[in-house]
Every structure is written in structure tokens, then in C-alpha cells.
Design a protein around this ligand. Structure first.
Ligand code: HEM
Length: 406
């Protein structure tokens, strides 16, 4: 009989309240001798091969579907809604949703927004450019993805503020005090649903060149999303596409501030943007890990993971695996294709639906920032989010730079 993972002699990780740099180096230390470690909730998976294998194995279900329950939420309506979101759906429900919406998130669809992305980033740099000082997190990263998502959905500029406030409240699902915030989250979700319902109504009458119109038209073998499904999908785009992008941009800029030669190189050679984005996501990803639970008894690497076992695949540690990345502790934006095997956008059926859009947003933003903010240096200290949040990044990233006309 296969030994249960619960009985194996494994290293232990308990990293709550430890700063992220320390947590990362402890995990890298453990990864040198073991592919798996025990943590207070289950098991942390530490190597690239195993993180990828678990993310690609459909028997491991996304823990996003059970996190609210584990956090103590009992609101039935809220819980039911989570189950039908693409972020947490599994099996046929997930396959159907993904098939219907994937074409709307193609690289070509993302490319269409590139001129708008450049306009937004330049517009955010303009007010701080002359002073040579900025808080990258609040001046640039925070507003950037809201404008893009609004444009993607076809929401007018006059609604950016409203949208930003609603998204901020909905995104409290990622905060520590999620249960106390539930009434605020639900209220914002209802308001947002109404808003999106209005957009859908509008686009049904007057189709436009935007995501809502594309999702309304999305059809496969006579199957379509109904209005409630459309609303849930737009909610998933906001939850999946806002905080991730702004934090990844913040992590990437903080990383470049530590590597001025790479920043200067990117300013000089903007054609490196695509590699620079993959390399910064590999080296310092905003999504450090994710959660899965065994939907049935699973045997893996000679151990039995009984149904219900929780595992946390660590993308941030897997992304430094020397078996996959030569010289993994070096940040090098000229790194060739291998750098793209990072797992910061996930893998398998839940692989980031907005990957092309996210990459385009970063590929447009970083070279403009590098060109318009030369000699970037941290002014004082960075305030980081707590290290145990799902999406990690800087809350404040104060910098100085030599003002440049670009
Ligand atoms: C740099 C920015 C981003 C990062 C680091 C990121 C990361 C991820 C990761 C790791 C997953 C998989 C989670 C898991 O398997 O547990 C994921 C899924 C997802 N992402 Fe992203 N994401 C980013 C941007 C976006 C954007 C811009 C959008 C939407 C426009 C988006 C929408 C989604 C959706 C809908 C899913 C769920 C897909 C599914 O379950 O089939 N993401 N993302």
C-alpha cells in the first residue's frame, strides 16, 4: 500500500509573518533537498517539474473555490457565485466557459489595445516627469490596469473613477479581513453587476469593438453565455486582471531599480521588452503561489495524497529551479526562450486567461518608464504588502529619477 503523504518525514515550513525575501530564501533552501514541505495548511510544492505537473493534473482542483468557506464565509449566495466563476470552476463547467471566451482573449485582441496602453502610461508619467520623483505604486501601477480594463470592456473614461472604486471593494476578497469585509464586497459586487448589465444591454442594441460585444457574440456549436454568465465572466476579468497587473508592474520596477544596468539596457533597446517582461515575471512574480486540493485520492511520486489534501504550488520557488533555468539567481533581460517557462501565469487548464493582455500591458509600460525615468533609484524604502497575500507587490514604491523629455 502506498504511504500517505501525512506519514512521510518531510521538512516543515511555517512562514507566516516572515518578510517575503526571508520566506523566499528559506523556501529555496528547503527546495535544494526536497521537492515538498509540510506547512500549516497542507504541503508546499517547491520544484518546477512538480509545480507544473500538479497544475496540469485535472484531479487537483483550484482552491479558489473553497477559500471563502475555509475563511469562514457562510453566505450561500456568495459561495454559489464563486463556484460558477471561471477562476474556480472545474471539469465540464470550466471547459465550456474557457472554450467560449478564449478567442476574445487572443494575442491579437490584446495587440489592438497597445496604442491605448502607451497613451495611458505616458499620461500617468506626464504629471510626475518634471519633478524627478514619484511613488510608482500609487502614481503609475494603481491606476494603469483600471483604464485598460475599462477600455477593454468598452466603459467610457467618465466611469474610470466609479469602476476603480467598485473594483477596489470587490478586490477585498484578497485581503486578510475578507470575512469582515464581506458586506462591502457584496455591495460592490451588486453595484458592479448592475453596471455591467447596463453595458451588456447597450451592446446588445449597439455592438461595438470591445470585449462585452465579443463575449455576447461568443458562440460555439450553438452554445452561448447567458446574461448572468456574462456578468460573472466580467467579474472574473476584474478580479483576475486588476490587482495582478498593477502588482506585477510594481514588482518589476522594484526589481529594475535594483539592477540599473538592466533598466538602462531596456531604455536603449525597447525591442527587449518581451524578454524583459518574462524575465521579471520569472525573477519576481506578483503571484508567488497558488492553492489546489485533491478532488480524489491521488498518487504522486510514490505518495498517497488523500482526497481533500491541500497543496500550495510555489511558482516563485519553481521559477528559480536550476534544472530549468541556467544561472537562476541572475536577472538578465537578454535571457532567451527558456526564460518563458516561468510559472507566474500558472499552467494547465487555469493558465491565465488574460496572459496576452497582461504581457502586452507590461511590454508597453516598462520601456516607456525606462526611457522617461532614467537613473531610477529607490528614495527611502519600499513598503511591501504582507508576504502572505495571494497577490504580492509594493504598496509604496518611492523613486527619484533624472527628469527626461523622453
Ligand atoms: C501580470 C498580471 C497577471 C498575473 C501574474 C496573472 C496570474 C494568473 C495566474 C497565476 C492564474 C492561474 C491561477 C491558478 O491556477 O491558481 C491566472 C488565472 C486567470 N487570470 Fe491572470 N494574471 C495576470 C493578469 C490577468 C489579466 C490582465 C486578466 C484579464 C483580463 C486575467 C484573468 C485571469 C483569469 C480569468 C484567470 C482564470 C483562468 C481559468 O481559471 O481558466 N489575468 N492568472
Amino acid at each position: 500500500m502506498t504511504t500517505s503523504v501525512h506519514e512521510l518525514d518531510l521538512p516543515t515550513l511555517d512562514l507566516l509573518d516572515i518578510p517575503f525575501e526571508d520566506a523566499q530564501s528559506v523556501m529555496l533552501g528547503v527546495a535544494a533537498t526536497s521537492w515538498i514541505a509540510r506547512n500549516p495548511f497542507g504541503y508546499t510544492i517547491l520544484r518546477h517539474e512538480d509545480v507544473a505537473a500538479i497544475l496540469r493534473d485535472r484531479r487537483w482542483h483550484n482552491a479558489a473555490s473553497i477559500i471563502p468557506e475555509l475563511a469562514g464565509v457562510t453566505d450561500e449566495e456568495f459561495l454559489a457565485r464563486q463556484k460558477v466563476s471561471i477562476l474556480s470552476a472545474e471539469g465540464d463547467v470550466h471547459t465550456r466557459l474557457r472554450r467560449l471566451v478564449a478567442p476574445a482573449f487572443s494575442p491579437r485582441a490584446a495587440d489592438r489595445l497597445r496604442p491605448f496602453m502607451r497613451e495611458v502610461i505616458n499620461g500617468l508619467v506626464d504629471p510626475v516627469a518634471a519633478s524627478g520623483r514619484a511613488d510608482i505604486a500609487t502614481d503609475i501601477c494603481e491606476p494603469y490596469p483600471i483604464a485598460i480594463i475599462c477600455e477593454l470592456l468598452g466603459a467610457p473614461k467618465s466611469d474610470w473613477q466609479l469602476f476603480s472604486r467598485l473594483a477596489e471593494d470587490v478586490l477585498r476578497v484578497f485581503n486578510d479581513n475578507f470575512v469582515e469585509d464581506l458586506p462591502i464586497i457584496k455591495r460592490a459586487q451588486e453595484e458592479l453587476d448592475e453596471y455591467v448589465r447596463g453595458l451588456i444591454h447597450d451592446r446588445r442594441a449597439r455592438p461595438a469593438d470591445d470585449l462585452i460585444t465579443a463575449l455576447i457574440a461568443a458562440e460555439e456549436a450553438g452554445d452561448r453565455l447567458d446574461t448572468d454568465e456574462l456578468i460573472t465572466m466580467v467579474g472574473a476579468v476584474i478580479v483576475g486582471g486588476t490587482d495582478t497587473t498593477r502588482n506585477q508592474l510594481g514588482c518589476s520596477v522594484a526589481l529594475f531599480a535594483d539592477h540599473p544596468d538592466q533598466w538602462a539596457l531596456l531604455a536603449e533597446r525597447p525591442e527587449l521588452a518581451s524578454r524583459a517582461v518574462d524575465e521579471s515575471m520569472r525573477f519576481f512574480g506578483a503571484v508567488r503561489g497558488t492553492g489546489r486540493f485533491a478532488s480524489e485520492d491521488i498518487e504522486y511520486r510514490g505518495a498517497l495524497f488523500p482526497a481533500g489534501t491541500m497543496v500550495m504550488p510555489s511558482m516563485s520557488v519553481a521559477n528559480r529551479d536550476a534544472a530549468v533555468f541556467a544561472d537562476p539567481a541572475t536577472f538578465d533581460i537578454t535571457r532567451e526562450a527558456a526564460g518563458q517557462n516561468h510559472l507566474t501565469l500558472g499552467s494547465g487548464i487555469h493558465y491565465c486567461l488574460g496572459a496576452s493582455l497582461a504581457k502586452a500591458e507590461l511590454q508597453e509600460a516598462l520601456p516607456i518608464l525606462a526611457r522617461r525615468m532614467p537613473d531610477l533609484a529607490i528614495a527611502g524604502s519600499i513598503t511591501w504588502k504582507p508576504s502572505n497575500v495571494g497577490i504580492f507587490g509594493p504598496e509604496h514604491l518611492p523613486v527619484t529619477f533624472t527628469p527626461s523629455a523622453g
